[in-house]
Ligand binder design. Sequence first.
Ligand SMILES: C[S@@+](CC[C@H](N)C(=O)[O-])C[C@H]1O[C@@H](n2cnc3c(N)ncnc32)[C@H](O)[C@@H]1O
Length: 397
Amino acid sequence: MTTEIDARVRMVREVERGASVLSSRVVEAFLNVPRHPFVPVFYRRDGEEYVPTRGHGDEWLRAVYTDEVLVTEVDGVHAEDAPDGGVAGVATSSSTAPGLMAEMLDALDVRPGDLVWEIGTGTGYNAALLSHLAGAATVTTVDRAARLVDAARERLREVGFEPAVLRADGAGAPPLGGPFDRIIATCAVRRVPRSWLEQCVTGGVIVAPIGNALGGGAVVCLTKLPGGGAEGRFLHRPAAFMHLRVDGSTAAPDLAPPPTGRRRTSVVGACAMDDQAFAFWAGLCLPPATVRDGGTLYDPTDGSTAHVDDHPGRPSTVTASGPRDLWQLVESAWTAWRHHHRPRREWFTLTVRADGPQTVSFTASDGTVVSWALGGERVDAPGAATPRSMHPFEHSA
Ligand SMILES: C[S@@+](CC[C@H](N)C(=O)[O-])C[C@H]1O[C@@H](n2cnc3c(N)ncnc32)[C@H](O)[C@@H]1O
């Protein structure tokens, strides 16, 4: 029989094996804070359905104490309220994979007594770890849904923590109690909201997933600078977080109309988007509102659509319509990415200026600084790579 402590220790060993070196404080937090009270019911994927998993046996315990994400809400239906037959839809809340949580907490570098703001309470497990690291009295966590915050508050109390758990829009007005020494988001944004920057003390740290159209998200760790800006690096580990939702938005992506343009071939297949390192890069090259649905890319702002079919042993076929050929942007990104030796996420920095602009950059091996403006403030419309510079946003150091 597996005891809960055995299962917890095994999970922590698994997390340590998969991560870069973690601080002993973070490892100790994971050893001390149980995960199972926060996920009494979670969903398992069964084809198109999400089926609730309830129980307390060995198998359930092993499933809880793995380095895996556990989905706890689908299209607003909390796992604890789900019918036994399951629900279909899009995951809207989950307990993040512990290995990724550990790396984010390590980067956040929380000290006892730090004022901490978490955006995305979810199950409350991360808030419990933050409470262990900082002390619950100085932790504030917010989520958009009353059902989630009520359940999380209760579970936190059960394990002995009473941080402030509030229903609020994490991109809206900040909660009382700031400015904060540490801010952590567990839902992805396309650019860092101004309120996070304003609510962080100088020298404080903001850890946040930056999402993109292709699911090539990555976590950035920023330090707030004197003067109001912030700067920092991306973490090595890929991070496909669910996006921060603005009021009233649904989790379902906009559906692309079928493209009607001419068919052509491409040496870049749709499968290239499944390489998360490339997806990080290519996502930065696409218009910010682009969504991906399998082999289809769609920009709802101008109606551009590209659909790509892969054929084993033959070039892929592309059908594009609308004012921009979105697949051509991916092809240009592919050429530039290979030219720059497939740069990894952790080579990139993000600079956020107090007056607005947010820029991702990395220094290529020839000293060229390659940079993009993040999320909706492109310096130029993306297009074909120019022959001299490999990317329209590239400029020399
Ligand atoms: C991956 S889950 C969070 C996991 C959580 N930290 C835990 O330990 O269980 C992402 C959460 O972000 C929340 N979220 C999405 N948009 C939000 C918003 N605008 N404001 C606050 N929370 C939001 C979702 O409701 C969801 O619970």
